[in-house]
Design a protein around this ligand. Sequence first.
Ligand SMILES: Nc1ncnc2c1ncn2[C@@H]1O[C@H](COP(=O)(O)OP(=O)(O)OP(=O)(O)O)[C@@H](O)[C@H]1O
Length: 344
Amino acid sequence: MIRIRNLTKVYTSASGTVKALDGINLDIEKGDIFGIIGLSGAGKSTLLRCINLLEKPTSGSIEIDGVEMTGLSPKELKEMRKKIGMIFQHFNLLSSRTVWGNVAFPLEIAGFDRKTINEKVENLLNLVGLSDKARSFPSQLSGGQKQRVGIARALACDPKVLLCDEATSALDPETTLSILKLLKDINEKLGITMVVVTHEMNVIKQICNKVAVIEKSRVVEQGTTFEIFSRPKTQTARNFLKSMFICEIPEELKAKIKALNGNLAEGRVVKIGFFGEITAKPILSEVVKKFGVNANILYGNIDNIQGTPFGTLVVQFEGKNGTADRALSYLQDIGLDVEVVEIG
Ligand SMILES: Nc1ncnc2c1ncn2[C@@H]1O[C@H](COP(=O)(O)OP(=O)(O)OP(=O)(O)O)[C@@H](O)[C@H]1O
């Protein structure tokens, strides 16, 4: 559906040149919700904007449905762009138009007759759950409602592809979930292929079936979401996974750990990050048997994706003659993230 080869983008300005994309290769299949994750400045937005040629690539190829985008005339590009909808972090709505007027806008530009426009807008507002807000102006809407208008507008010309640029970054967690659910429903109902740029692993987890990790202008890792969650290869992917499970230890527990640390001559309180295929193994019982230590789970925050657990456990290990330290080294050696909790 979307085939990207050796895509490079260099920005040139008075202050110098920036290579924002460096030899990107991606294959996005029809019906995918394809996530692109990376830190700020990695090149995500540039990559997304190259797909519909809002940014002109410096070199390389972008094929959509077999059509090479970089070789199109302005007229052909205009036609092709009707197949590609886009939604934005800050919604980009027309403040002087009502909800109805915003969704009707691309249809008016495309030259549809009034009757067709009315029918389409009504269906789209129904689809995004905003039929009762048709006469409201963007300033009268919540962030989530504004993004629903953005989605309806992006779908107006029946696109085959929807590009989503940090579409939920300006929204609270609950609204984020409702917008992600809407996108997934649209993907399933209408079969629209989606490319989702984000810096949040949670967005990837919620809706994407595939993901590419982008770092310093290059794709450093890509695969199915399950593969990336269960076998992250790069430190960048591991860091994104870890960021999902930042375990804030409650205050009462901190007091308890402080007291324990004072008494633990032969033990440690540790935070263990669980992700990857290792989580399927009975690690804690194994380490208890192997090293003759006691393991007492103090706190945990465990989620799962497609049946594989991910999260953090706070565990108190006790053992004599350095066995607790040896047990911790063993856990690190087999690939778990282990951090001794020191509370001062
Ligand atoms: N129009 C431009 N002119 C010059 N440099 C640019 C331009 N747009 C982006 N860049 C540079 O290209 C690099 C990639 O930017 P891009 O916006 O694609 O990253 P990003 O991963 O989307 O970041 P963020 O998550 O912060 O939006 C950055 O170094 C940025 O400063």
